[in-house]
Structures are given as C-alpha cells and as structure tokens.
Design a protein around this ligand. Structure first.
Ligand code: GDP
Length: 446
C-alpha cells in the first residue's frame, strides 16, 4: 500500500533535503507537489488542502535548530501532520471498548467488503492475543452461504459460532446470540450483519433494528480500501444512518492508492481501528498512525534525527534557564513563558501536579492574588511592557506602571500583584536552586 504516494513524496523530499537553505518559495513549491501527490493518491480535496496549509503554517513558524537542515525539518512536520490526519487526537485508535462481558460488537458494511472475513480475523485476534472468549453469529439470513462461511471460518480458527437456525430473523438471531453469550460466559459476541452491493433502505433498516436490540459497544464498519474516496463516502453514509464507532479498511495489501486511509478520519471523524492485509486469518493489523505515516514517507531516519535535535534543543534551553534562575535572574520574559506554559498544561492545578514539591509555592502564588482566570491578563500586562522593562522589572516606577496597566486595559493594582508574584517566584526559584529542588521541578516540566 501507499507505494505510489510514497515514491512521489520521496522524490519531492529528496530534492528538498539536497538544498542547504530553503526559501519560502522552495517550501511552497514542494508543498504544491505534495498536494498533487495526495490528490493522485485519491485523498479528498479538502483534506489535501488542509494538510498542505497546516504544514505550511508550521514550517513557517518552526524554530530552526542548527543540527538539522530546513528540508529535514519540513519532512518531520509532514510526518507529524500525516500522523494527525490519520489518527486525529486519539491516543490509541486500535483499542476496542469491550470490557463489560458479554460485549456486543456489530459488524456492518457492504457485500464483498470483507466483512465476514474481518469478523473472523478479529475474533481470532481477540481470542489469541487478548484471551477473550468470543462467540460469532451471522445475521445474513438472505445468504445461507454467508452463514456457512462464518461457521467454517469459526472452525478453522477455533472460535465458536452460534448454531444456525433456519427461518429466524436477524433480530431473533441477535437476541439468541446475546442469550447464548450470557449463559455461555463469553466475553465478546460479534454480530456479522447482512451486506448488500449498495446502501439501500432495507439494509439500513435491518442494521438499525439489530443495533437497537444489541446495543453494541462497538459498531465496526468494514470498507474496501481499494475503493478510495468511495470508501469514505460509504463510511459517511453508514455513520449518518447507523452510527459507527470505528472503521476497518480491508485490502490494504493491494496496490490501492491509499487515499481512503488518509481521508477517512478527517472526513468522517471516525477512527480507523484495523487494516486488513490479506486473505489469511492473521492478516489483520491494528492501525498504527506512527507506523503508517512512516511507511508513507519512508524517511524514518530523518524524522528520528529531527526529533533528537528538538529534544536536545529543548534540554539546552531548559538548562540555560535553570542556571539563570539559580542566580536569581528570573525576569518578566521568563514569567511570561511560565504563564504560557501553565495555560498549555491545563492551568495552575495541572502544572503544580507535574512539579514535585510545589505545593507550598502553589499556596504562596495563590495568596499573592493568583488564579487561573487571570493568567491571560497577566500575560497582557507583560506584553504591555517594553523590552527593557521586561528584562529589568525593578525599573518600574509609577509613570511606567500607569502606562503598562493602561496598555493592558487594567489597573495599576493588577500590575502590582503581578510584580509581587514575580518577586516571590524569583525568590522561590533561587531558594529551590540551592537545594537542587529546581532541577527536579524543571525536569517535571520539560
Ligand atoms: P463480505 O461479503 O463483506 O462478507 O466479504 P468476504 O469476507 O466474504 O470477503 C470477500 C473476499 O475478499 C474474500 O475472498 C476475502 O478473502 C477477501 N478479503 C477480505 N479481506 C481482505 C484483505 O484485507 N485483503 C485481501 N487481499 N483480500 C481480502
């Protein structure tokens, strides 16, 4: 999968890394080529456009570290953006919610998408890797062959299937599966619903009816990855009408252009949980955005190099900052950085939780009139200071104070509170620096 896209991107980035300095135009040209490559891989237009925009914005704003070239940095940004497009903000897209036994999993999808095969593959995986007791049931009452297919697969992989009873409706089968799963002490029961060649009213009505009876913990939609944007359209429609919790993309072993994988999350908002990579029962993998992004770009070395350089840079910055704090050189720029960091880390509480031994300091800054709501106002005050004032807050006399407060739309008393807090924090940093506490606290932050 992704061979063509991978090759195209490889060409673009080879050229980029060969250049030493990059102008904005170089980056723009490269990103235009990236966009074309994405579209050729059948990524949907809005997704390709947003992708390039996001990379452009990050490439322009990113701090350049000396040890990597700008081209390498752009590759890292593209890599991270690929990961983001593939997975959104889910920390663990492959995880299934199947804790309360027996947990129903509803399998939906068009006929021929690989739904029955995937049901069995997933059952095997849960059985072997997670030691779950799994029961599978086919609800495809229109196609007896499909019911038998699941039974045969069950025997092959050593997973139980619900005995076939002729003449039952899908809802009756779903109810019987639940009963059997409960009585038989199964952890999971999987309902393989009927598929059709196209989405039609009857298919949807049947799946919805089964959903209402089974109340599934997961509703997994199986779609053929070879169908590109069609796969995304099918997913959108199924999600609108039935509600899906995750997607399985099959036939990713084929020479599909990969667009479905790249557009799915962004267009439908649903995570890809697994990918099918062949007809064999083992050919199912959890969807790992990091690995897939790596496969698409094929530039793992460069990504690792830039990551390392960034970590080194951050560590150096933190070290320099700590040395200054130990000497009592804690100026308004530092305070502003701390305040911004606090906002990023979920406010005062979030930050103090991350810094060992900070309970006392938390109380002191709070006593100094500090709370989360005024963080942004504090920053506004600092922004209203001149460069000189930020570096040497001790020069702030009455007239300067008035100007600064006015500039931030606040009172001088607000500024005084900020200054008091700053003095207390500077003192604290100095004291902590002597006892080695600062080092520990900073380690927690960076
Ligand atoms: P259903 O109609 O959706 O239940 O589809 P099936 O499960 O019967 O699958 C249709 C065909 O696709 C079968 O021949 C499967 O072996 C094949 N198939 C399913 N998943 C994959 C996959 O990930 N890769 C490949 N190459 N073939 C697959």
């Amino acid at each position: 999968m992704f061979e063509n896209l991978s090759e195209r991107l490889g060409g673009v980035f080879d050229r980029l890394t060969k250049q030493g300095a990059l102008s904005e135009d170089d980056v723009k040209t490269a990103l235009r080529e990236v966009r074309v490559a994405l579209l050729e891989a059948d990524v949907s237009l809005p997704v390709a456009r947003d992708f390039v925009k996001a990379v452009q914005a990050k490439a322009t704003g990113s701090a350049v570290t000396k040890s990597v070239t700008p081209g390498q940095q752009v590759i890292k940004i593209v890599h991270d953006e690929l990961k983001h497009v593939l997975a959104g903000d889910d920390p663990d897209p492959g995880k299934l919610r199947i804790d309360n036994a027996p947990a129903p999993i509803l399998m939906v999808g068009l006929q021929g998408s690989g739904k029955t095969t995937t049901t069995a593959k997933l059952a095997k995986r849960l059985h072997e890797r997670e030691r779950k007791r799994v029961l599978m049931a086919s609800l495809d009452t229109n196609r007896p062959a499909a019911m038998e297919q699941l039974q045969v697969l069950g025997q092959q992989i050593g997973v139980d299937t619900l005995p076939i009873v002729k003449g039952e409706t899908p809802v009756q089968i779903a109810k019987r599966a639940k009963q059997q799963a409960t009585l038989g002490g199964y952890d999971v029961y999987m309902l393989d619903t009927a598929g059709r060649l196209h989405i039609d009213a009857e298919l949807i009505a049947q799946a919805a009816e089964v959903r209402d009876v089974a109340n599934p913990r997961e509703t997994l939609l199986v779609v053929d990855g070879l169908t590109g944007q069609d796969a995304v359209n099918v997913a959108t429609e199924f999600d609108d009408k039935i509600g899906v919790s995750g997607v399985v993309l099959t036939r990713m072993d084929g020479d599909g252009r990969g667009g479905a994988a790249l557009s799915m999350r962004a267009v439908t908002g649903k995570p890809i949980k697994f990918v099918g990579l062949g007809e064999k029962m083992d050919a199912l993998e959890t969807f790992e955005p990091e690995r897939i992004a790596g496969r698409i770009l094929g530039m793992g070395d460069i990504v690792a190099l830039v990551e390392k350089a960034q970590q080194t840079l951050e560590a150096e910055q933190a070290e320099r900052m700590m040395k200054r704090f130990q000497k009592g050189q804690f100026n308004m720029n530092d305070l502003r950085q701390q305040l911004e960091q606090m906002i990023k880390m979920g406010g005062m509480e979030g930050m103090m939780g991350m810094m060992p031994g900070m309970g006392k300091m938390a109380k002191q800054v709070q006593d100094a009139g500090f709370d989360d709501k005024i963080l942004t106002r504090q920053i506004a005050l600092i922004q209203s200071m001149t460069k000189k004032e930020r570096a040497n807050p001790q020069i702030l006399q009455a007239s300067r104070k008035k100007r600064i407060a006015k500039g931030a739309g606040l009172e001088v008393s607000d500024l005084n509170k900020l200054l008091k807090m700053h003095r207390q924090m500077a003192d604290m940093m100095k004291k902590m620096g002597k006892g080695g506490m600062l080092k520990k606290a900073m380690a927690g932050m960076f």
